[in-house]
Design a protein around this ligand. Structure first.
Ligand code: ATP
Length: 285
């Protein structure tokens, strides 16, 4: 794949804080238009990696390219093409939602229409609310809106739905899907595996500063032998049984042949592929 198809390229990235090596040789690429998820337990090195890509931290070693720029140089042009949703901003408490957005839109040469941003971020009806009256989830939407107002090509979302109620999470998911539909590239960190499973085209699972596995959420672990299919069924007396197998075809054949020979029906028979959560828990245990 040629570099111009890549929004982000990371090769051999390392970050040390004194004696602590937080990022230990990380390689990954994010294609333009892709939603890419970084997953991993607390302290895995996600924020260190993302903040190096955002230009907020200096790397110890390795090569990093963001939209063709080295983020460490903090080029103005790069900053104008990137949107960042930090874990929490909490600023501008006394002004109205639309005023904040109009103010920020004025800082860009070619901003996105403020009404459109309000719609995208799910803030319709809150345009005239003072930001101090917004709930935690609504403030987070404002963070989203602020990241979108410059119409960036690449958006960094660091735990975008932490603290959201279930409806607000679905709203944020819709926003992220809309960004993808607009052709934007999104780098997402999250602790919610269902979120990564539904939103991300590809994910990387990081632990102790290294990428353990990378791929499409539905493909991760399948065929690697590490996580297996789960077959569940109720036997003749109604007892629920579960069995893990890496060869569901043979297993189901044997299971159903034996049941038929006994004249038994297997109720609630199901075969499930490993979820991203199964793979994650297995790899990061
Ligand atoms: N500024 C810093 N100075 C010293 N150590 C740091 C600094 N920032 C991070 N670390 C350490 O580096 C390691 C990786 O931290 P990082 O914040 O990158 O992890 P993370 O994967 O984002 O974790 P979380 O999911 O908790 O946000 C941790 O052990 C952390 O304590």
């Amino acid at each position: 794949m040629s570099s111009s198809n890549l929004a982000i390229e990371v090769r051999g990235l390392r970050k040390s804080y004194g004696d602590l090596e937080a990022v230990r040789g990380v390689d990954f690429s994010v294609r333009r238009g892709e939603v890419y998820g970084l997953l991993g337990p607390n302290g895995a090195g996600k924020t260190s990696t993302v903040e190096i890509l955002e230009g907020y931290r200096e790397r110890t070693a390795g090569d990093v390219s963001v939209l063709g720029f080295d983020p460490q140089q903090r080029a103005r042009e790069l900053r104008a093409r990137v949107g960042i949703v930090l874990q929490s901003s909490g600023v501008y408490r006394h002004v109205k939602v639309k005023e904040v957005l109009e103010h920020f839109a004025g800082l860009y040469a070619d901003p996105r229409d403020v009404d459109e941003v309000i719609e995208l971020a799910g803030l319709r009806g809150k345009e005239d609310a003072r930001t101090r009256t917004l709930s935690g989830g609504q403030l987070r939407r404002l963070d989203f809106a602020l990241a979108l107002v410059g119409d960036p090509e690449l958006i960094f979302l660091d735990e975008p739905t932490t603290g959201f109620d279930p409806a607000a999470r679905r709203g944020a998911w819709d926003t992220i899907r809309s960004l993808k539909a607009l052709g934007k590239t999104v780098l997402l960190t999250t602790h919610y595996l269902d979120e990564a499973q539904v939103l991300a085209d590809r994910v990387a699972i990081i632990k102790d500063g290294r990428i353990l596995v990378e791929g499409a959420p539905s493909e991760l672990g399948v065929g690697s032998g590490s996580v297996r299919y789960r077959v569940a069924w109720r036997n003749g007396s109604g007892l629920l049984n579960q069995q893990e197998t890496d060869d569901p075809t043979t297993f189901l054949h044997e299971l159903t042949t034996a049941a038929l020979a006994r004249g038994e029906r297997l109720d609630s028979l199901s075969v499930s592929r490993p979820t991203l959560e199964d793979v994650y828990l297995e790899l990061t245990a």
